[in-house]
Design a binder for this molecule. Structure first.
Ligand code: ADP
Ligand code: ZN
Length: 519
C-alpha cells in the first residue's frame, strides 16, 4: 500500500489530513527534504510515519526522548506497522536483532537516539540498509542558544553528506526565527521545503481574570455560556480537583475528577465518559490531556495559574479542535504564584534549569498582567509577531482600565523595606491598613510612619498591588521561607521616582471578601 490517504484511513483510522500534513508527506515521497514547524499536538508524527511506510526501505527516526520512542513504537506496532527502536533500554542481543531486521529491510520505521545513530558501528549498518528517509525530531535541539541544546545534534549534518539521496525531514514545535535558521544551516536543509504552521488558534477566546470567588465565577461562566458543553477544568492539586468536581456536581453539572492519584480504571472510566457522552466536564490536574483528541471541547478553564506559557498554550489548545468558537478561561491568584515558585525552588533540577523555569513563570505572569491583546502577547512569545490586536480576547473586547500606581507601589515597596524584608504579603497589608496584632506590636512595627498609611485601599486591593509588583519583578518572594518579600534590584528606579508604574485597575475591586480562601 503506498497511497498516503489509504494509509491514513486504514492504518491510523483518520479520515482527513490536517494541513499541511499531506503536502509534507508528498514532499518526502517525491524525495525532497522538509522542515516542519508545528505546535505540539498539531500532528507532526504522521508527517514522517506515512512516507516511511509508503516509500520502499526503512525510515530512520532520530529522537532524543526514549519514552516517546517507546510510546510511538507501541502504538505503531499495535496498528500493524513494522516499527522498532534501538536505545540503551535494549540488551545487546535485542539491539542486534533489530539492527539485523533493519539491514534486511524488514522494518518500516526504526527509532534511534542521536548518540547511537552517530556511532561508526551503527552508521556502517545503515550503509547496508535500504533507506526510506531520515526524520530528525525535536530539531531545535541543534540550537546552541536554546534550552534543549544537545551537542550530538550538530553532528547529524553528516547524514546529508553520507546519504545525499535520502530525503530528510526536521521537525520541531519550538523554533523562533533564529533557531529556524540554525536548524537549516546546521542540518544542511537549505533545499528543504518549509512548512511553518501558525501557532494562532483564532477560534479560541482567551480570558484571564484575577481570582475573586473563582468557583462561583466558573459556575456562572459555564452556566451562562456553556451549559450543555464538554469542557476541561484544570487545577493544580489533586485535592482541589476532588473538591471542585464535587462542588460542580452538587450544582447539577456532570463533573468528573481526573488525577494521577485515582485508580487507572476510574481514570479510564472518566476519560471514556468525557470522550463519549455529551456535556461532561473533566476536572483534572495536568495529568489529563496527553492523547486526548476530542474535537468539540468547548472550554478549557484554569482555576490555577499554569507554570509556563507553553503549558497554558498546550492546555488551552485542547479547546475547539473542530474550529468552532471555544473559550480559554482562567482565574488565578497570588497564592498560585507563590506555590509555583515553591515548586520550582524545591525541584531536583539544577540551578540553570531553575532559572529557566522561573523565567517561564514570569513570562506567564506577564501574559496575565498585560494590558494589551492576549493573543498578540501569546504569539509574540512564540516569535510570531502579529500587527493587529485580535478582537477575540478579553483585553480586546473590554480594554482594561489602567491607572497611575506609582505612589501606591512606592508605599508598598517602602513597607517591605521598613519591616526588614522578612514578612509576607498579609503582614504588609496589615501594616498599611493599621491593623495591629501582637506580632506587629512585638516587632514595634505599629510605630512605623507607614502604619495605617494605606487606608485609601482595602485589603483586597493591596493584595492586588503586591501581586502585580511580584508579577512585574519588583518584589521577590522568598519561597524557601514563609513567602517573605524582598525588594528586587529592578525596583530602584521606581523608588527613586525615575520611573512610573501603570497597572491594571482590578475589574472587581473591593468586593466583599469571604472568610477564608475560595479554594
Ligand atoms: P505532535 O507530534 O505535533 O505534538 P502528534 O503527531 O502526537 O502531534 O499528534 C497529535 C494528535 O493528533 C495525536 O493524537 C494524533 O493521533 C492526532 N492526529 C494527527 N493527525 C491527525 C489527523 N489527520 N486526523 C486526526 N487526528 C490526527
Ligand atoms: Zn486580543
Amino acid at each position: 500500500m503506498d497511497d498516503p490517504a489509504d494509509i491514513l484511513r486504514t492504518i491510523f483510522g483518520y479520515e482527513q489530513f490536517r494541513p499541511p500534513q499531506d503536502e509534507v508527506i508528498d514532499t518526502l515521497i517525491s524525495g525532497r527534504d522538509a522542515l516542519v514547524l508545528m505546535p505540539t499536538g498539531g500532528g507532526k508524527s504522521l508527517c514522517y510515519q506515512i512516507p516511511a511506510i509508503a516509500r520502499p526501505g526503512v525510515g530512520i527516526i532520530v529522537s532524543p526522548l526514549i519514552a516517546l520512542m517507546q510510546d510511538q513504537v507501541a502504538a505503531l506496532t499495535q496498528a500493524g506497522v513494522r516499527a522498532a527502536y534501538v536505545n540503551s533500554s535494549l540488551s545487546a542481543e535485542e539491539a542486534a536483532r533489530v539492527e539485523g531486521q533493519m539491514q534486511r529491510g524488514e522494518l518500516d520505521l526504526v527509532y534511534v537516539a542521536p548518540e547511537r545513530l552517530l556511532t561508526e558501528r551503527f552508521l556502517s549498518k545503515l550503509d547496508q540498509t535500504p533507506l526510506a528517509l531520515f526524520a530528525i525530531d525535536e530539531a531545535h535541539c541543534v540550537s546552541q542558544w536554546g534550552h534543549d541544546f544537545r551537542p550530538e545534534y550538530i553532528q547529524l549534518s553528516l547524514l546529508a553528506e553520507r546519504y545525499p539521496n535520502i530525503p530528510r525531514i526536521a521537525l520541531t514545535a519550538t523554533a523562533d526565527e533564529l533557531t529556524r535558521e540554525e536548524i537549516v544551516t546546521r542540518l544542511q536543509l537549505q533545499q528543504a521545503r518549509r512548512f511553518i504552521s501558525s501557532f494562532d488558534r483564532p477560534n479560541i477566546r482567551y480570558r484571564i481574570n484575577q481570582r475573586g470567588n473563582a468557583r462561583e465565577e466558573l459556575l456562572r461562566f459555564i452556566q451562562e455560556q456553556h451549559s450543555n458543553a464538554s469542557g476541561i477544568v484544570y487545577c493544580l492539586s489533586r485535592k482541589k480537583v476532588e473538591a471542585t468536581a464535587e462542588w460542580l456536581s452538587k450544582q447539577g453539572l456532570t463533573a468528573l475528577p481526573y488525577h494521577a492519584g485515582l485508580s487507572s480504571e476510574l481514570r479510564q472510566h472518566h476519560q471514556h465518559r468525557f470522550q463519549n457522552e455529551e456535556a461532561v466536564i473533566i476536572v483534572a490536574t495536568i495529568a489529563f490531556g496527553m492523547g486526548i483528541d476530542k474535537p468539540d471541547v468547548r472550554f478549557v478553564a484554569h482555576l490555577n495559574l499554569p507554570k509556563s506559557i507553553e503549558a497554558y498554550y498546550q492546555e488551552t489548545g485542547r479547546a475547539g479542535r473542530d474550529g468552532l468558537p471555544a473559550d480559554a478561561w482562567m482565574a488565578y491568584g497570588l497564592e498560585d504564584v507563590i506555590t509555583l515558585r515553591q515548586m520550582v525552588e524545591q525541584s531536583e533540577a539544577n540551578e540553570a534549569r531553575k532559572r529557566i523555569e522561573r523565567h517561564k513563570l514570569e513570562a506567564m505572569l506577564g501574559l496575565c498582567e498585560t494590558t494589551a491583546c492576549r493573543r498578540q502577547a501569546l504569539l509574540r512569545y512564540f516569535d510570531e509577531p502579529r500587527d493587529e490586536p485580535c478582537g477575540n480576547c478579553d483585553t480586546c473586547l473590554t480594554p482594561p482600565q489602567t491607572h497611575d500606581a506609582t505612589e501606591t507601589a512606592r508605599k508598598a515597596l517602602s513597607c517591605v523595606y521598613r519591616t526588614g524584608q522578612r514578612f509576607g504579603v498579609t503582614y504588609q497589608v496589615d501594616i498599611l491598613l493599621g491593623k495591629s496584632d501582637p506580632r506587629i506590636e512585638r516587632n514595634g512595627h505599629d510605630q512605623l510612619q507607614l502604619f495605617g498609611a494605606g487606608k485609601e485601599l482595602n485589603a483586597t486591593e493591596w493584595r492586588g498591588i503586591f501581586r502585580q509588583l511580584i508579577a512585574l519583578g519588583y518584589l521577590q518572594v522568598d519561597v524557601g521561607g514563609h513567602g517573605s518579600l524582598r525588594l528586587a534590584e529592578s525596583c530602584r528606579p521606581l523608588l527613586r521616582g525615575e520611573q512610573s508604574l501603570h497597572l491594571r485597575v482590578e475589574q472587581k475591586p473591593a468586593r466583599k471578601r469571604r472568610a477564608g480562601r475560595a479554594d
